[in-house]
Design a protein. Structure first.
Length: 297
């Protein structure tokens, strides 16, 4: 533990002020547990988790960070809004830190390496540090040319707040006009937003923590990335992390038929109706060539 602390860069320390929004969402989720959820509220937990996880996986990660497919400016904004509504900052900030992570994966400059800075730091500690609040501007010149993305990024709190207001309004409306669903505004706010957001937080963060510690390696990359099928299910395909670090410019992250990559299936389907196009993939011969010797699973 002490060694992990000593490996942090100057300024990499926890801050209560920086942590307050993150902690507040957890307090809201704890309060939500005092409210017995209706079946509709539980459905909304799943729905809000799924669509926002898709926004993070397809939007923040595969599109904004790695440019693994092309899409229209409208759908680009939809992905950015959905992901930003998960209260994980904005698309420009997210992409800048992720691109920095790929440049220095599991090195001292990596903001969330569990092997050097500890599991807790890689999972949540790094986002609670003032050192990681600024956007790493040098990585995201391509994204800063879109004023709507700059607005969403600068005022990143608008997306989650608007999502929370929408859920409360929906529940309030249904309590009057669709009483058979036995729900209300406070219930949908607490469960559809707070509970769903906390689950989103920790599912997303497992890619940084769990997927550099617990799993198997198919490719001999220069970092500690591993594949983890549980994380892959939770994150719609992001758990095939060793695959991703071997081929970061590929949209598809599941390289075997049994490596479930729900995000890829959705994007592939969207490509058939022209919503996305030019999906980048890895040739099969490149996959075979880079495979990790006898440890192929």
């Amino acid at each position: 533990m002490l060694e992990a602390y000593e490996n942090r860069l100057p300024g990499e320390k926890l801050s209560l002020l920086v942590s307050l929004p993150f902690i507040s969402v957890h307090i809201g989720a704890l309060f939500a547990l005092t409210i017995s959820p209706s079946p509709f509220a539980l459905f909304m937990v799943f729905l809000m988790y799924f669509i926002r996880m898709f926004g993070i996986t397809a939007g923040f990660h595969r599109f904004f960070s790695h440019k693994t497919f092309k899409t229209s400016r409208v759908f680009q904004f939809i992905l950015a809004y959905l992901a930003t509504s998960s209260a994980q900052m904005g698309p420009i900030w997210w992409a800048s830190h992720h691109r920095h992570h790929h440049k220095y994966t599991d090195e001292i400059e990596d903001p969330h390496t569990p092997t050097l800075k500890g599991f807790f730091w890689a999972h949540v500690g790094w986002i609670m540090s003032p050192s990681n609040v600024p956007t790493k501007e040098e990585y995201v010149g391509d994204l800063k040319r879109f004023p709507e993305l700059k607005f969403l990024d600068k005022y990143h709190y608008i997306a989650p707040l608007s999502m929370a207001v929408f859920l409360f309004a929906l529940g309030d409306y249904m309590s009057i006009h669709y009483t058979q669903y036995n729900t209300n505004g406070m219930e949908l706010l607490m469960w559809g937003f707070f509970i769903s957001t906390v689950i989103l937080y920790h599912a997303t963060f497992t890619v940084n923590s769990v997927c550099h510690v617990f799993g198997y390696r198919t490719y001999d990359t220069k970092d500690g990335s591993v594949n983890n099928w549980i994380v892959a299910i939770l994150t719609l395909g992001e758990g095939w992390h060793n695959n991703h670090h071997a081929f970061p410019n590929s949209e598809r992250q599941g390289h075997k038929w049994y490596q479930i990559d729900i995000c890829h299936y959705i994007l592939w389907s969207l490509s058939k109706v022209g919503i996305v196009w030019d999906i980048r993939d890895v040739p099969e011969d490149s996959i075979i060539e880079k495979r990790y010797g006898s440890n192929v699973v």
